[in-house]
Design a protein around this ligand. Sequence first.
Ligand code: NAD
Length: 511
Amino acid sequence: MTAKDFEMVLQAARPKSPPLVGLAKRHIDNLLRRDFIAGAALIDGRWIEGNQRDVVIDPATGEVFAEVARCGAADMNLAIDAAQRSFAQWRELLPERRGAILRTWASLMLAHTEELAVLITSEQGKPLAEARFEIGYGAGFLQWFAAEGERAYGETIPSHKPGSLLQVRMQPVGVAAAITPWNFPVAMITRKAGAAMAAGCPVIVKPAPETPLSALALARLAEEAGVPRGVFQVLVGNPIELSKPLLRDARVRALSFTGSTEVGRLLLEGAAQTVKKVSLELGGHAPFIVFDDVDLDKAVNGAMAAKFATSGQDCLAANRIYVQRGIYGAFVEKFAAAIAPLKVGHGLEAATDIGPMTKSSVAEKCRAQIKDAAAKGARVISAKQDQVFGPNFVVPALLSDVTDDMLISSEETFGPIAAVLPFNSEEEVLARANSSEMGLAAYIYTDSLRRALRLSENIEYGMVGINTASFTGPPIPFGGWKQSGLGREGSRHGIQEFMELKYVCFGDLVA
Ligand code: NAD
């Protein structure tokens, strides 16, 4: 949808709510005046304005509040040349030096938390408190990988050849590309770039067109932190046009992507041309399983966090909340009561719990899932709102009596709609949880240790929270099974996605 189309839809749907309009623009104009962001792209250490411009839209109001340079394939080729040139020096720096630069970059992010948070909220829509949290979370990956780079050990293998020394070395793979999403526009960049740069690889970032400003602000801070030219570059533009050169060019040795499974498949296919190292963090469809032996309040609090963080636009979001039959009614009642006061609004307003959906297509998908579920017999209980907003807003809702044939039971929602399904036995719920082709995160609430151990062993998901909805962070291996992705981000494993193993055999050592 173009800015003009969006404005037309919005005008038709929007009641008069003047305080919201202009909110993002006032903040951003201030940041532009202070030169905190550039409406440009960073290629080979130069900020280019570009011949064409793309607009940035406040998803809450539809207002165009900034412009950025629209890069094309020729710009991307220049960026790949520059990255390749920078590789030799960057890989030669001692890991300690690279780490120091990453730590300085993280400190600058933290020092500018407020400015970065305002940028995120303005272009992505999430409540400001969540945007502030994202800066700490995002800076944490730079700090984590600064240290991991210093610990990228190889190994010595006990020799099976007489008189030989067998060594395994870890070496940087080469130029890396990062194609990043709009739901965590800062942290998904630092989780990839931190790992790649600590490993010794230059990175080219193509952020989501909806959230370019956060990426460009990160690039400004990277420059200030002393990241050498060509080592961290950001290009905004048409995703297909910009990804083609990245996929085709054999000098780009690694590709890290976060986004939809559909695009992940396309990129995997494209990267096959030059057999790149590919890591993919794709969609989820998390089961959230509540057994009848748990404290209901704890389970409801967990479900609130697992469903409504990032306004539901989170790949870890609980998509199927299975509740054991005996406590089903009580759970629905308490959950609905917790959802009722959630306040929908502009993310820059202090009272807001749920911001707009960043993309209108996500809001439309939520509405289609509600419609489908209601038509098939689900009960819809919505949060109470005193105001009506524009088309990108979705009022949080609970769907009860959801069945496996409803769209929401198999299609990722990515919005603030909670589907609650009853179940009878452990075997039944395990089979239903595992029936998905997605395998990112799962949540299990039970007081039985035996059951927790059994289920955590047999559930087919890459990350499992037992009696908790909060388990991510730099030390953990983030990633999914099945069609939720390939590889891991964060943790000691994340850096491996940007390194190659080299086996060296020193023979004939006996004098
Ligand atoms: P998307 O996959 O289209 O976008 C993610 C990134 O891929 C963006 O940078 C986008 O510009 C880029 N991209 C899109 N098409 C491309 C192409 N053909 N070639 C190269 N790059 C391309 O995601 P979306 O449409 O914005 O969101 C749709 C759904 O994806 C969401 O509803 C959600 O289910 C999922 N999603 C998941 C995550 C996650 O954290 N895993 C993040 C965003 C979206």
